[in-house]
Design a protein around this ligand. Structure first.
Ligand code: PMP
Length: 308
């Protein structure tokens, strides 16, 4: 099942009419970048709100710039497009909104990175939140190494980077784990296949720095702020060794799709209690209140969309 519409280069288009030529599956795909943004329904069901649209757009702009793509639509136009699409697809519920930008043409343009105008489309789909009580994950450190800034920069949200994620996720799934965790080229902990990592040790939250070969996650920066400002937890960005994962008191992934997901074990080493710890639990409860608009101090993180 797909929603009735998507948005494509300036217009809302019926899903089944959004065609491009088959050859566009080749070279142009190398340049494709995207964002994943969640919309969260308010408790009273009257509206849904895009979470930190501006921060996602800031990253989208950087991804486009890196690929030498120029958008004809500014942030306000894309917000309008996303709002209209969510309304039209009747997704005044928890949803996932995905803007995608790509260049056109053959190998020449793509290889020289002199591409010019970006095509942009946006899709939405229903994506019910698992908060405040998601299942705790069994994670394995991957035998694959995370991409590096000098190889293919992980801070760019490019589709091609997800081949690296796919290798790790597939390996973990085959071995019976729920998820994967990558070490970077320096052998330090980087991130998951589609999420960033936090661990709690002796009451301090630790997360690998943005130079560790990670995507600069919007959820990560939001969680850092909530931990510090609301829960009074010290947050440290520093290199993390693999074996620190085996001794952490609590651990969780953060990301738009995964939200905040507790980790119950890494490589078979269980966290104490084998489930979400107390700080993770408090954070998940608070995060859900924030995204559903129940914390006035964080309403500016939300772009509300009313039912049509
Ligand atoms: N790392 C990777 C590789 C991701 O794909 C994602 C999901 N976008 C994240 C981290 C988390 O980023 P965000 O919180 O901005 O969704």
């Amino acid at each position: 099942m797909h929603p009735p519409y998507l948005w494509w280069s300036g217009q809302r288009v019926p899903w089944d009419e959004a065609h491009i030529h088959v050859t566009q599956l080749g070279w142009p795909a190398l340049t494709a970048v995207f964002e994943g943004i969640r919309a969260y329904q308010s408790r009273d069901g009257t509206k849904t709100s895009l979470f930190r649209f501006d921060r996602h757009m800031a990253r989208f702009r950087r991804s486009l710039r890196f690929m030498q793509l120029e958008s004809a639509w500014d942030e306000a136009a894309l917000l309008w497009a996303a709002t209209d699409l969510v309304q039209a697809n009747e997704a005044i519920r928890d949803a996932y909104v995905m803007p995608v930008a790509y260049g056109e043409g053959g190998s020449r343009g793509v290889m020289t990175m002199a591409l010019g105008p970006a095509n942009i489309y946006i899709t939405t789909r229903l994506a019910p939140s698992k908060l405040p009580d998601p299942p705790a994950l069994r994670v394995a450190v991957s035998s694959w190494t995370r991409l590096n800034d000098n190889i293919m920069p992980p801070r760019i949200k490019a589709f091609v980077n997800y081949l690296n994620s796919r290798l790790g996720q597939t390996e973990a799934a085959r071995a019976g784990y729920d998820s994967t965790l990558f070490l970077n080229t320096a052998g330090k902990v980087a991130e998951g296949g589609g999420s960033c990592l936090f661990l709690i040790s002796d009451g301090v939250a630790v997360t690998p720095p943005v130079t560790a070969g990670i995507l600069e996650s919007v959820t990560r920066e939001s969680v850092m702020e909530l931990l510090r400002a609301e829960l009074g937890i010290r947050v440290v960005e520093r290199e993390v060794d693999r074996t620190e994962l085996y001794f952490a008191d609590e651990m969780f992934f953060t990301g738009t799709m995964i939200e905040i997901a507790p980790i119950r074990s890494v490589d078979g080493f269980e966290v104490p209690g084998g489930a979400a710890g107390p700080i993770t639990q408090r954070l998940m409860t608070l995060f859900e209140r924030v995204v559903r608009g129940e914390e006035p101090r964080y309403r500016h993180w939300l772009s509300p969309i009313a039912a049509r």
